[in-house]
Design a protein around this ligand. Structure first.
Ligand code: ATP
Length: 455
């Protein structure tokens, strides 16, 4: 793997993939804007996920729930009281840290802070003289817990304002709609609800490009099943989550499962799939057996009975939930890392190439007239292809430089229109990875490319 975070950030900025947020005002820490190329890649990632987990998944349905929810939702889910991180400040340079991260970094991953209480973490930091990564001193404030939810208020008068939260996860939108979806689709348990949407977290230590941001998108799938079958479904989704990544082109040696050592009080089993990011092995997604906790809590807090009535046996019960959750932006970072390559060519030059799966590449084809006077013909081909998939058109600069630009954004096919096109209607198609060129009839292009970009 040749990607470093700096190389990715520079490439993304220079090629219209991702820009720093609010840049002309000096930026806004840890916010990022997707550019013309980046928005296509991210949309393709979301489309591929939706296709796999909603469209092709037996008995799964999509929702798009509101970001702002009744505040009681967050009381029921436990976020109001316990969605917090242990923060400590360096007394010397005033930098804010997460105590668990300090311990993990100091012990090089050998000590797992997830199993420690706040007092145990404080004691560890004191006894091992853990130092501040910024200034090197070892003098911290006691741990304080810090709720990660962004708070705002709703109301037209100062007095009548109510606190509302920007959702910190999309999952609750699926839970509160469990009965709506079940009734309106007339489906039976087991079934799934998928959702893609924004989530917001006032992270103490955001950073590492789009790995951890304060605003991000989640792709979540909740599978509602009967208690007793939950173990089987948990294993199923562990595998499905892995297979999705491998089918997107991830090398399995860059992925690993990591079971959680300390389970949340409601969870029966939980594991992450970690990816070998430029910052090292880190969580890419999570799979959790959340038992009947969420639906039971919503029953209790809303007063609405969330039981499912089995139409065959008449049995009534609250289903168990297997949750699979992955950040679209974090998957984008993983896909960028996985795709990045620097190849030494025979002529001694280095080419940067993004080996994206064609299914997630921003443009499926770039149409390039060899010379400007072939532009009319080339534009007609471009317009025809653009009816079927995203394409780009470029007539500026030498053909070699134009190929390199497409390599750097991962366009799988370059279609070159030359003088033979005028004579016999054929074009050359250059393959991004092998750089091999073939000649095909321009009328067959759409079929040729469509076949290769399917996920
Ligand atoms: P982490 O341990 O990295 O904070 P988490 O365990 O809190 O993550 P979940 O609440 O399970 O994460 O969220 C599901 C997924 O959402 C994560 O696996 C990750 O892909 C993504 N995600 C979570 N927090 C962020 C964030 N701040 N920025 C970008 N993606 C995030």
């Amino acid at each position: 793997m040749k990607a470093t975070m700096d190389k990715l950030v520079n490439l993304c900025k220079g090629r219209g993939i991702i820009y720093p947020g609010s840049e002309i005002y000096g930026g806004m820490g840890n916010t990022w804007d997707y550019g013309p190329v980046g928005v296509e890649i991210k949309n393709n990632i979301k489309r591929a996920w939706w296709k796999r987990f909603v469209q092709e998944s037996d008995n799964s349905y999509g929702v798009d729930a509101a970001i702002l929810m009744n505040s009681r939702v967050w009381e029921a889910s436990g976020h109001t009281t316990s969605f917090s991180d242990p923060k400590m400040d360096c007394k010397f340079c005033k930098t804010r840290h997460r105590a668990d991260n300090l311990i993990e970094a100091h012990s090089k991953g050998k000590v797992n802070p997830d199993t420690m209480t706040n007092e145990e973490m404080e004691a560890y930091i004191r006894e091992h003289h853990v130092t501040c990564p910024k200034c090197g001193k070892s003098d911290f404030t006691p741990i304080r817990t810090f709720n990660l939810m962004f708070e705002t208020s709703r109301g037209v008068t100062e007095e009548g304002q109510n606190v509302v939260y920007l959702r910190p996860e999309t999952a609750q939108g699926e839970f509160v709609n469990f009965l709506n979806v079940q009734r309106t689709t007339r489906t039976k348990v087991p079934f799934g609800i998928g959702q893609i949407g924004k989530a917001f977290r006032n992270e103490i230590t955001p950073g590492n490009f789009i790995f951890r941001t304060i605003e991000f998108e989640q792709m979540e799938h909740q599978w509602f099943c009967k208690k007793g079958t939950d173990g089987e479904w948990y294993d199923y989704y562990k595998k499905a989550a892995w297979d999705f990544l491998v089918d997107l082109g991830f090398d399995p040696s860059h992925l690993r499962y990591k079971d959680h050592d300390k389970l949340a009080h409601y969870a029966k089993a939980a594991c992450d799939i970690q990816y070998l990011f430029p910052i090292g092995w880190s969580e890419l997604n999570g799979i959790h057996n959340r038992t009947d906790y969420d639906l039971s809590r919503h029953s209790e807090f809303s007063g609405k009975n969330m039981e499912y009535a089995d139409p065959v046996t008449g049995e009534k019960y609250i289903p168990y939930v297997i949750e699979y959750s992955i950040g679209a932006d974090r998957l984008m970072l993983a896909a960028l890392t996985e795709a990045y390559d620097e190849e030494l060519l025979d002529n001694g030059e280095t080419r940067i190439v993004m080996h994206f799966s064609p299914a997630i590449a921003a443009y499926k084809a770039a149409v390039l007239p060899l010379q400007k006077n072939l532009g009319e013909r080339a534009r007609a081909i471009y317009r025809r292809l653009a009816k079927s998939f995203m394409c780009t058109y470029d007539e500026a600069g030498s053909i070699g430089k134009r190929y390199r630009r497409q390599d750097e954004i991962g366009t799988p096919y370059c279609v070159t229109v030359d003088f033979d096109t005028e004579k016999d209607g054929t074009v050359t198609v250059r393959d991004r990875d092998s750089m091999q060129q073939i000649r095909i009839d321009a009328d067959k292009l759409e079929e040729y490319i469509s076949d290769k970009i399917r996920f």
